[in-house]
Design a protein around this ligand. Sequence first.
Ligand SMILES: [Zn+2]
Length: 68
Amino acid sequence: MFPPRFPHRRNSNGTHDSICAECMTTVATVLREAELSGFELRHVCDPVRVFQISRGWIVEPEGREAAR
Ligand SMILES: [Zn+2]
């Protein structure tokens, strides 16, 4: 089996994040975890960002503002 492409994270405020394991971007933040699959289907990685991560240039996940 492959590792999940979009691991989910539960936030302290009760929302759920979906994080793309390829480009480390927060795909969406929603109240109901079941809603994440629609966002995940539409997500397209930024190839520049994926390249930078593969080279180790980016270590911090993006999208922290969405969790506020
Ligand atoms: Zn991605």
